[in-house]
Design a protein around this ligand. Sequence first.
Ligand code: HEM
Length: 411
Amino acid sequence: MTSDRAELAARFDLRHLDSAFYDDPFPTYHALRELDPVRRMPDGSVFLTRYADIVAVYKDPKTFSSDKHEEFAPKYGDSPLFEHHTTSLVFNDPPLHTRVRRLIAGALTPRHIAAMEADLVTLVDGLLDAMAHWAGAGETIDLIAAFAGAIPVEIIGNLLGVPHAERGPMRDWSLAILGALEPVPSAEMQARGNAAVREMLAYLEGLVARRAQAPGDAETDVLTRLIQGEAGGERLLAKELLHNCIFLLNAGHETTTNLIGNGLRCLADAPAQKQRLLDQPELIASAVEEVLRIESSNQLGNRITTAATRIGDVALAPRTQVTLCIGAANRDPAQFPDPDTLDIGRTPNRHVAFGSGIHQCVGMGLGRLEGRIAIGRFVARFPGYRLAGPAQRSRRVRFRGHVALPCALLG
Ligand code: HEM
């Protein structure tokens, strides 16, 4: 056992991962946390797996910067992907970060999110009706295509006021741009990502022009808020506005699809926990938190040091790239007893699936609401659902989810 762990830890290289790792990275993360929690990678970066270290990094944005110009220049060259990522709030420090964040956060308060619930329930129930119809005809349903992947695109589309008829390409654009964030994107992934940024910019330019002509309600319409800027404050440059809209459209997509897909998979794999949720539907909120913890949609985050510092007994020079392994932090036994077991009533559950500190996810209230409504209503409608074929995981290390989840819903 110890030697297995030692081998797993010794073998780990983010740039060369095998299929077994994509299926189940957690044994490797446990091994690293135990044996090499501040792992120095061959490229000089460090890979963190302890909860306490990761939270400490999140809480010190002065020493651990989110600015990605240095890291992304060699990765993307002078390209649309480079311009996009280095202009998004998540990959910037204050002051750009602060301005954009305030504008977005103002339209995502708990009051605004509560106001989205009725439309979300209608959307989810419509999808459940359609699935019931196909399942009645004996078809196996892919829960990603028919359900988990269909919800966030609509919700984010509503948030930015994208007309329904124009939402078709959004999911593919989003997958292409986020796919190119993998540690070693292939030339094809980069080409797809660059094309998606170009197409999305062209689309959004038109949308912004239309919205500037006919503004929406700045209270609730994020695009109108971003166009108008802060009352008496600065406005975003055209480039900042477009790239942050792209980011927002992307940030809420795959992450939330993965939350819903991972949740339904976890419950299918743990029938006693599914039954517990059926018996006590009020556990849905803590069930969603537990899915976020045990199968975190977003597994990795990144920072770069601005000054010499230390993590544990490892000294870091200025400009050291730091990878925060959220997936490992969320299964750290020092923070979560019995961390590999799904416990939908787990409390406390202070996971870092949404990050922490000044960049903590602005959309977490919305992501949680989508998770609660989608998973809760699905399980209530199809209590006997079960996997009906091999679940296909996406081969991504940063975003953990499925590309296909075939299920039988009835019987
Ligand atoms: C289950 C769903 C979601 C997960 C797991 C998730 C995860 C995260 C994480 C880990 C970060 C922090 C990145 C960092 O510190 O480096 C983040 C940031 C962010 N997320 Fe989410 N997210 C989710 C849903 C959403 C949704 C629905 C939206 C939009 C409505 C959204 C918008 C954002 C934005 C704008 C940021 C950047 C915040 C900043 O830099 O200040 N996210 N998200």
